[in-house]
Design a binder for this molecule. Structure first.
Ligand SMILES: O=C(O)CCC(=O)C(=O)O
Length: 248
């Protein structure tokens, strides 16, 4: 459940944690579907951290992102007209989960204005030991920061990141979240996560939503990825007509 304190913290610090978002049969259904997807993809040789945009291959993920508990929470932050921009399963296997370098999500996205929120749902208890997400509070207002190519990219989830020397890691906050709870973070917030060397899996399902007043810029430098990229209007309407949407 999203509280007024969550909204206030998100505005002030660029992130907030909700220890309970989804439970019961909804959480079971989501977990079963995600685990089956992970099994299929890892059998095909894809690492479980790299399961980006599963909704493009499997429409059930659209239904999971449209669960009322998810959209009711997101509505508190971005209002009633809610577009699914993207989603990603980032599952770090026990003893073998890759690090996510420090980064800002926004540098990958051609969105105007850059109003988009990430809901990171804990499919497993997410702890310091199994590589929970870490954030640098307050960095969401700094705008874009230069990212560089990562050394040994095969050992990381992303190929570009912000060098650790340029991040004030003394201010990092560990997003410890029980299964079924979530965090929300803003697009310019600096965040990352450590490798999972523990004996427990750490699986997260990120869902990224924007208000229908944010435009996906399909032309320009990122058009290779976004020219034909489907957006889904999951709730409300687009009164500005700034995007085109795919049908669910
Ligand atoms: O799952 C993680 O450790 C990192 C997640 C992340 O970078 C994101 O959701 O934007």
């Amino acid at each position: 459940m999203v509280t007024p304190q969550n909204l206030e913290q998100y505005a002030r610090e660029g992130y907030t944690l909700c220890p309970e978002l989804i439970g019961g049969q909804d959480l079971e259904r989501m977990t079963r579907h995600i685990e089956a997807y992970i099994d299929r993809q890892t059998a095909a040789g894809i690492r479980p951290e790299h399961l980006d945009k599963p909704h493009l291959h499997d429409a059930t993920f659209l239904d999971l992102c449209a669960m009322p508990a998810v959209l009711d929470a997101v509505e508190q932050f971005i209002g009633p007209d809610i577009v699914l921009f993207s989603c990603h399963i980032i599952c770090k296997a026990k003893g073998d989960g890759l690090e996510v370098p420090w980064h800002q999500d926004a540098i990958y996205w051609p969105l105007e204005p850059m109003e988009v929120i990430t809901l990171w749902l804990a499919i497993d208890d997410s702890t310091v030991e199994n590589g929970c997400m870490r954030v640098i509070p307050g960095t969401h207002t700094a705008g874009p920061i230069e990212h560089v190519n990562i050394e040994h990219p095969e050992t990381k989830v992303l190929h570009r990141g912000i060098p650790a020397e340029q991040v004030d890691v003394s201010r990092a906050v560990d997003c410890v979240i029980p299964r079924g709870g979530c965090s929300f973070h803003a697009p310019y917030l600096i965040h990352g996560s450590a490798p999972n060397r523990s004996t427990r899996r750490r699986c997260g399902f990120t869902m990224r939503f924007m208000p229908a007043t944010t435009r996906l810029v399909r032309e320009g430098p990122l058009s290779k990825w976004f020219k034909d990229y489907p957006l889904y209007l999951l709730r409300g309407r687009d009164s500005t007509g700034c995007n085109t949407y795919a049908l669910r």
